[in-house]
Write a protein that binds this ligand. Sequence first.
Ligand code: SAM
Length: 180
Amino acid sequence: MLRAMEPGIYVLRLGHRRERDKRITTHVMLTARAFGAKGVFYSGDRDEKIEEKLRDVVERWGGPFEVKYEPDWLGFLKKWKKSGGFICHLTMYGLHVDNCIDKVPRDRPVLVVVGSEKVPRIVYELADLNVAIGHQPHSEVAALAVFLDRYFRGEELRREFERAKIKVLPCERGKKVIRL
Ligand code: SAM
């Protein structure tokens, strides 16, 4: 179970469509984990295969990182705000990331919302901050990666994952993996 009210970054992926979005939602989740988020919520179609895939990655490559399906995304956003959480919505229509990243708190739980197709207007209104990763359309995976990298100032790429069973040993050529 996600301990959602602890400070840290969580991600909400809106509107998952089981067939159409299976790769991109998986990539949103893998990116969230690899770039320092503590967990991910998703709405739309429930997809147990994606949940299993992520749990398998956490089991082998370490955590902590959790995935939770959230059927009522609107109620969830309202509850998040009411209990003191901060909401950051990634949209190309928002403020340039470099002009507002300092407003994202470090002592409160932060929910980073990414869409799939058209994002309802209420999300823009409930968000404490609408953040653009440039003002051109691209992808939720790219937007999330850049946002997290700016927020953590690159330190997330050196993080050690807890209870990992395997780990990459950096090398100039080829592949080196150690079992722990
Ligand atoms: N057409 C949709 C809309 O107008 O809401 C957006 C579709 S886009 C493929 C999916 C998601 O990627 C968006 O909801 C947003 O979270 C993210 N995204 C795409 N480009 C972005 C940008 N330049 N800045 C921030 N987020 C972006």
